[in-house]
Design a protein around this ligand. Structure first.
Ligand SMILES: NC(=O)c1ccc[n+]([C@@H]2O[C@H](COP(=O)([O-])OP(=O)(O)OC[C@H]3O[C@@H](n4cnc5c(N)ncnc54)[C@H](OP(=O)(O)O)[C@@H]3O)[C@@H](O)[C@H]2O)c1
Length: 244
């Protein structure tokens, strides 16, 4: 029970929700292992966490490569001697209308949001089965609950992960926990992954009006992790009060 001493691997930990989660969990005594592509930024974050008295390490990770997720899990086990939680958080949202035919962006969202999460599960699951304990936390989105124009492919990747989470939970038996966390609009660098300039401007404006800080989502992830061994938090939805 609790967070102290747990070994947690987090993808997309160089920014936004992943970064806030790494900091909060480290403050609360977890050993956090950060993955993302930007190694310089990860090194800075690890230094900040360590200077504040926390325990952190990092591994440069591109979730589009299965071997990178395997290396991230290995790094966590080297660092903490075990793995308790994997947070599959890395994600991108280059959203647009279907008739804009930004097919490369559709592929990119499938590769990062869906395949990347599956690779995280594939890397962690063998250790979790061996340990007879483990927790998979997948960051999805309210975009998959209220589906809006321009968000079709993004929402599809997130709802695919929602489906995977439920199937994994049922297969996993009594030892593995599976949580999906659906944030609404959160103030992060997320809009910077939008490649359509008009859509990017509209989303950035909306985010600056209503978004909540990434620490709100970090607290929800911490809540799921701190539950007793027999309590599995399946789904958490957190939106700004002002979100439609
Ligand atoms: N912000 C929102 O309003 C919102 C709402 C609902 C759901 N979400 C979800 O929340 C998650 C985190 O997003 P965020 O809002 O915190 O955005 P963010 O600030 O842009 O952070 C995204 C993170 O993902 C990493 N990333 C991107 N591509 C990657 C790749 N190929 N391999 C490894 N890491 C990669 C980025 O790091 P590098 O560039 O260093 O790799 C960064 O650390 C995403 O899954 C997103 O879909 C966000």
């Amino acid at each position: 029970m609790g967070i102290e001493g747990k070994v947690v691997a987090i993808t997309g930990a160089s920014s936004g929700i992943g970064l806030a989660t790494a900091k909060l969990l480290a403050e609360r005594g977890a050993l956090v292992v950060l993955g993302a592509r930007n190694g310089e930024r990860l090194a800075e974050v690890v230094d900040e966490i360590t200077a504040a008295g926390g325990k952190a390490a990092y591994k440069v990770t591109d979730v589009r490569h299965r071997s990178h997720l395997e290396a991230l899990v290995e790094a966590a086990i080297q660092f903490g001697g075990r793995l308790d939680v994997i947070v599959n958080n890395a994600g991108i949202g280059p959203i647009s209308r279907f008739d804009a035919l930004r097919v490369e962006d559709w592929d990119a969202m499938i590769d990062v949001n869906l395949r990347g999460t599956l690779y995280g599960i594939a890397a962690a699951l063998p250790f979790f089965m061996r340990q007879q304990s483990g927790h998979v936390i997948n960051v999805v989105s309210t975009a998959g609950i209220k589906i809006l124009p321009t968000m079709g492919v993004y929402a599809a990747t997130k709802n695919a992960v929602r489906t995977i989470s439920e199937a994994l939970r049922q297969e996993a038996g009594p030892h593995l926990k599976v949580t999906e966390v659906s944030p609404g609009m959160v103030s992060t660098n997320f809009a910077s992954s939008i490649t359509d300039p008009c859509v990017m401007e509209a989303v950035a404006k909306r985010v600056s009006n209503v978004a909540i800080p990434p620490s709100s989502i970090a607290r929800a992830i911490a809540y799921a992790i701190e539950q007793p061994a027999d309590v599995d938090v399946g789904s958490i939805v957190i939106r700004p009060t002002a979100q439609d």
